[in-house]
Design a protein around this ligand. Structure first.
Ligand SMILES: [Zn+2]
Length: 245
């Protein structure tokens, strides 16, 4: 299958492939088409562990579409597919959550306290992971512009994060963002998790729950796989040793 897919057919193949094996073929192909960068080679003595963070969870659904679709469920579904693909590619991964839960301390009285505890625990999880890279998965929302759609990658201020975000954005632009290419942005300082971790961190906003068509796509397992393949292919390119594609 690898040899039969032409570059121009890549997006169609990526979005149509139904099985894990097909996804694996396409992500190898896609990884080979991205420009090689060496984001983390300076820290290569200890293997990198990707902390995959499905945003929100449990009572904190995050952004919610007009039809009641909460981003927390989509975040978890995409994150699990990214985890499976990264493991398939031999990468170390940990997840901040594997179920629809808030990871706060017990005995807290208010939602505000539980949310603050949840975020602190995610920061601690990253801090306790040796040679970690944080990959946070979210969905976007822009009620003032229901036509706005597409995937966008944000980066924190740590060395290597911007380059990693760029290569993941390039992968997404060649698949789910065709005709709607986006640029990476520095993460706003209001995002506590990204601001408080001291490792390279990227946050992928996979799509907009304020766009009706995209909300339907974001709930589709095959579309989620396309997102996961693009994110994984970009990540693998980002940590490569810079060999020629
Ligand atoms: Zn979110």
């Amino acid at each position: 299958m690898i040899f039969l897919i032409r570059k121009t057919d890549l997006r169609k193949a990526l979005l149509c492939c139904g099985g894990f094996l097909c996804a694996a073929c396409v992500f190898h192909l896609l990884a080979g088409e991205l420009p090689a960068v060496s984001v983390f080679s300076a820290r290569a003595e200890t293997p990198v562990t990707v902390v995959i963070d499905p945003g929100h969870g449990g009572e904190d659904g995050g952004a919610v579409s007009s039809g009641g679709v909460a981003e927390s469920h989509i975040n978890l579904a995409v994150s699990k597919q990214v985890r499976d693909l990264l493991r398939f590619a031999g990468q170390r991964t940990v997840m901040t959550r594997e179920e629809d839960v808030t990871i706060c301390d017990e005995g807290l009285g208010t939602i505000r306290e539980r949310k603050a505890s949840d975020i602190r625990n995610r920061v601690n999880m990253v801090a306790e992971t040796e040679n970690a890279v944080l990959l946070s998965i979210h969905q976007n929302s822009l009620p003032s512009s229901p036509v706005t759609h597409g995937a966008q990658v944000f980066w924190n201020q740590q060395e290597g994060a911007e380059e990693l975000a760029e290569v993941i954005q390039t992968a997404l632009n060649s698949t789910v963002n065709v005709g709607n290419e986006k640029h990476t942005k520095r993460i706003p300082s209001t995002v506590y998790l990204m601001k408080h971790v001291t490792v390279p961190a990227v946050l992928v906003e996979c799509g907009f729950l304020t766009n009706r068509e995209e909300t339907t796509l974001l709930q589709d397992e095959t579309y989620q796989r396309g997102l996961a393949v693009s994110i994984t292919a970009g990540y693998l390119r980002g940590i490569s040793e810079g060999e020629a594609p």
